[in-house]
Design a protein around this ligand. Structure first.
Ligand code: COA
Length: 225
C-alpha cells in the first residue's frame, strides 16, 4: 500500500461530489489552511452545497474550469460517499492523469496511530480512530466516530460508516461498505463489494458482493416481486 502524508494540503483543493460528504470535508480542509477552489458533480441541476463556491457539472465542466487555472498545485478530494468506492477509484486515476494531487485528510479530533498506514485520497472524519498497524488503502472513507482497530487492512475504496467498529485484524476487500453502527468481530474478512447493514454484528466471513444484516449477521435475501 502507498503511504502518504495526512493533512499536507495544497493551497487550493477541488471537491468532486457536491452533497453531504463535501459539507463535512470542507471544514477540515479549511482548518488546515487550504481553500475549496471549486466543486464538481455529475448530477444535473444539483443545488450547490456552498453559496460561495462555484459548482460545475461533470467532466466537461471540469475541463473548462481547469483550462482557466494558472497554477498546477491543485489538490483533489473525492467527496462521493457510500456505496461508491469504485467511482472514487476511477475518478482518482482520472484526476491524477490531469495533474491534480490527491489529498488525504483527517479531522483534528480523529486519532491515527503513528504506525498506521494511510493511503492517497483517504478521509478520516471527526472522532474516528485508526489503531496501530492498520493499513488503509486508496480512497477509503472512515466516517464520523468509526473505529478501525489494530492491524486491520482496508483495501482501496472501502467505506466505514459512522459509528461502525472493526475489531482487530479485520480485512475488508475492495469497495466493501460497513454501514452505520455495525460491528465486525476480530479476524473477519469482508469480501469485495460486500455490504454489512447498519447495526449488524458480523461473526463470520462475508463473501464478495453479499449483503448481510442483523445480529448475528446473515445474508439478506430479498423475495422476488
Ligand atoms: C444493508 C442495506 C445497505 C441494504 O439496503 P437495501 O438492499 O436497499 O435493502 P432494503 O432497504 O430494500 O431492505 C430489504 C429488507 O432488509 C431489511 N433491512 C435493511 N437494512 C437492514 C439492517 N441494517 N438490519 C436489518 N434489516 C435490514 C429491511 O427492513 C427489508 O426487510 P423487509 O423485506 O422485511 O421489509 C441498508 O439497509 C443499510 O443498512 N443501510 C445503512 C446505510 C448507512 O449506514 N449509511 C451511512 C451513511 S453515512
Amino acid at each position: 500500500m502507498e503511504q502518504v502524508s495526512i493533512n499536507k494540503l495544497p493551497a487550493r483543493i477541488i471537491l468532486w461530489g457536491g452533497t453531504g460528504q463535501a459539507k463535512v470535508v470542507r471544514p477540515i480542509i479549511e482548518h488546515f489552511g487550504s481553500k475549496v477552489a471549486a466543486v464538481f458533480d455529475d448530477t444535473p441541476n444539483l443545488t450547490p452545497p456552498f453559496p460561495d463556491v462555484d459548482l460545475h457539472f461533470g467532466y466537461e465542466g471540469f475541463k473548462t474550469w481547469i483550462q482557466r487555472q494558472h497554477d498546477n498545485d491543485i489538490g483533489f478530494c473525492i467527496t462521493i460517499g457510500n456505496p461508491h468506492g469504485r467511482v472514487r477509484l476511477r475518478l482518482h486515476e482520472r484526476l491524477l492523469s490531469e495533474g491534480l494531487k490527491p489529498v488525504s485528510i483527517a479531522h483534528p479530533t480523529a486519532f491515527i496511530a503513528d504506525n498506521a498506514e494511510i493511503g492517497p485520497g483517504a478521509q478520516v472524519m471527526a472522532g474516528a480512530i485508526v489503531c496501530p498497524e492498520a493499513r488503509i488503502g486508496r480512497q477509503c472513507i472512515i466516517n464520523t466516530n468509526a473505529s478501525v482497530d489494530h492491524e486491520c487492512i482496508l483495501e482501496d475504496g472501502v467505506e466505514i460508516a459512522p459509528g461502525a467498529t472493526l475489531c482487530g485484524l479485520v480485512h475488508a476487500e475492495v469497495n466493501a461498505w460497513i454501514c452505520a453502527g455495525a460491528t465486525v468481530l476480530p479476524r473477519i474478512r469482508i469480501g469485495a463489494d460486500a455490504r454489512v447493514g447498519a447495526g449488524a454484528v458480523v461473526t463470520k466471513d462475508v463473501p464478495q458482493e453479499t449483503v448481510v444484516v442483523g445480529v448475528p449477521a446473515r445474508p439478506l435475501v430479498k423475495e422476488n416481486c
